[in-house]
Design a protein around this ligand. Sequence first.
Ligand code: G3H
Ligand code: 13P
Ligand code: ZN
Length: 348
Amino acid sequence: MGLVPMRQILDEAAKGGYGVGAFNVNNMEQIQAIMEAANETHSPVIIQASRGALKYSKMIYLKKLMEAAVEEYPHIPVALHLDHGNSPETCKLAIDLGFTSVMMDGSLDESGKVPNSYEQNVEVTRRVVEMAHPLGVTVEGELGCLGGIEDGHGAGLSDSETADHLTDPAQAEDFVAKTGLDALAVAIGTSHGAYKSGRKDPKTGEVLPPALAMDRIHEINKRMPDCHMVMHGSSSVPRELVEIINKYGGKMPGTFGIPIAEIQDGIKHGVRKINVDTDSRLAMTGAIRKVLFEAPEKFDPRDYLKPAREAMKEVYIARMKAFGQAGHATDYKQMTLDEMKERYTAKV
Ligand code: G3H
Ligand code: 13P
Ligand code: ZN
């Protein structure tokens, strides 16, 4: 076993009062680093692939790598999740590929760039729930829009526009009831990528932490204590990782991430899934740059991919400990999609 519905991982995290990192992958080294980190810290994990990752890996390669991961570590509960699905068709494709969870990001239209109306979001998310639950597959939806557009996801909202697209807690209650989803991604002022803050100290020009509306999470948790919330754009963008990149020829000025303490506050108030991609990209890039800078004669990919894998593993271990999932891999009996299917059917 090993592959479980994401809903089970989130339910167990809620029972234990911890959060679970959802790490984006595109290649073998990332998957191996996540699995080694999960094995060493005894953590359940969520591994997620974006549409871009599916395209890059031609789907079948990622699928086979995931099968290998689960086969190597059958005692680790792993959910395989589609990140930012843009349509029911994309979600169906992922389900057919063997994903145990999908995100229908109905906050934006199919292009992934223009905000949908609330009604459109409800409609498209509900359709995916109707398709996925009879198969035991978990569904994440999103209400409100993240800021930025750095990696191609997002409406490219300015800081002030982002403030207008934060998740409304009353609407969230209606959204969850109307769609029947399993996990709700909230917009609280985070954005994807390494530049999460448009704020600067007017005197020094220094970049300030992004302004987060944690009160929205607190309020949603008060209204719906059983709702599993998801924080996107939650890389912490550690200064030391950016410094390595810059020291060895990179150019990344003015980066800023989400402080771990804010994420931990979210976890205390119902956040169960924390999306992290950028931190792993930074660790990998820094390690590769370092090797190639210090030993320009090297050309065997293993010489730089091994340190890259190690650097990513360190990040994953740190996040697994900080989010609290460490130590919980064998707390529960892993569920199959069929068992989850029965649970959904029994509820109706
Ligand atoms: O949602 C954002 C993730 O970081 C995935 O990014 O579309 O570049 O793979 P990507
Ligand atoms: P980061 O860019 O902060 O890692 O966020 C990733 C994410 O939210 C993927 O959906
Ligand atoms: Zn995201």
